[in-house]
Design a protein around this ligand. Sequence first.
Ligand SMILES: [Zn+2]
Length: 411
Amino acid sequence: MEMNKKPWPLSTLYGIQERIDTNPDFQRPPVWTKAQKQYLIDTILRNMDIPKLYWHRTGRNPDKYAVVDGQQRLRAIWEFNAGHYMLPKDADPINGYDIAGKKYVELSDELRIHFDTYPLDVVIVSECEEDEVRDMFLRLQNGTPLKAQEKRNAMPGKMRDFIKSLTYHEFFRSFGFKDSRYTYDLIAAQCVLLEINGRPCNIKNADLNRMYESNQDFDTNGAIAKRAKRVFDYLGKMFAEKTPELTRFNVVSLYVLVSSLLDRFVIQNKHKEIASWFIDFERVRREDEVKEAESRDAELIVYHENISRSTDGEESLRKRHEVLIGRLFTAFPDWEQKDNQREFSSGQRIAIYRRDNGQCQLKLKCGGDKCSWDNWHADHKKPWSKGGKTTVENGQVACPACNISKNAQFV
Ligand SMILES: [Zn+2]
């Protein structure tokens, strides 16, 4: 989590309402009375301190934020600036200027300038996940963090014991973050749930609670348990030392990635290659985040959006996985499937489609038309029936018409 405090002159807040989400789902609805709003404006005009605001940055170029703390203050400022309410009729003058019953535009220029340039302390929180933001919100509200994983750890059963045992795996020693408040248990639980589902799925607290409840007799030597251990063994070999790139959402994504590869691809000696590819991906991704909007990589923008909110949701996990696996196969186009199966994997298909820009490479019946994602064939350049491999290298985009025509030639 990164935190960056800066004074924002109030005028920099005008007109950016549409980029600031004042009602993320952990926030309470706006409850300030007019009197409370007036009191805030009066405080600002008298040059007294108001508490810091906390915003979670959820997007770049343009910047987007979700308000962690301070939504009522922000609304009060916007509404006053827009002339939605006036100061109280009994307000005392400031520096000889009458402010009673006045709206923003009716204030003296000196007071308006003072208001517009009043520095509001805003703490921008970035590089963190929704759960952390939620915890921060609860702390700022003097509430108690939910400690959902602590509650699960108190639920007896074999699933709990199995997940606890996974947290002692060497892979967890490589994480770039600490095991505060059972975070490692949480991650192990999320990985096991992903393993049970066999694909990206919701791994939020409610889903994990259900898994603990319905698996109290979990077979710790069964197929799921063995697979989970195998994936962790592989990940442990990939990252043998502390790796700052291993953030919470990355660990879960890497689990999905390796789990999806292990059964289908020949990757038994590729630990170091995948690890350095991933570290490079993270570097490119972070560099892209600070670029100008027009020179940014569209796919990495999607990726960024999906690590900025609801990282434990199925859609976020799926979209991140598609980006990762597509890029992985683009980087390693020669990877072969076990037993050279005919069907291209979804990751290979993504890499082939992107490399060929979705355009038909056969050009037997068309002029190299662009195919939509749901209407193209992954064609083996050297036919599979003639020993052609099911690799990204040997794959190409074919439109349905050309594909049929090519198959007819070989009959
Ligand atoms: Zn074609």
